[in-house]
Design a protein around this ligand. Structure first.
Ligand code: ZN
Length: 103
């Protein structure tokens, strides 16, 4: 397996970096991790190397079997509903916070 390298200088002398803010913590859900090059101090993101998705179906730890069985169109629908729910919640917050101008 090829080692990780710094995208700026190509050095393999890198180490994991601390997540600094909410944004970088959110990237965790995308399996992105911050790294830092110890040679040039460049900071960059890489996907986690050992992704369960690379394993065969029956060897995935805690595989979301229900979700995996769904067709792509069904997944798109579910994601659409999720986005709609977020928009509705945002609209409710807007209404509650006086979005109608107080009538
Ligand atoms: Zn570097």
């Amino acid at each position: 397996m090829a080692p990780l390298n710094c995208p700026a200088c190509g050095s393999a002398n890198i180490r994991r970096s601390q997540r600094r803010n909410v944004f970088e913590k959110a990237l965790r859900s995308l399996r992105l991790r911050p790294w830092r090059c110890l040679d040039c101090q460049a900071r960059f993101f890489r996907f986690r190397r050992r992704s369960p998705n690379h394993l065969p179906q029956d060897k995935r730890p805690h595989a979301p079997r229900g979700w995996e069985r769904l067709s792509t169109s069904t997944k798109v629908q579910i994601v659409g509903y999720a986005i709609g729910a977020v928009l509705i919640l945002a609209l409710l917050r807007w209404l509650i916070s006086g979005g109608l101008g107080g009538g």
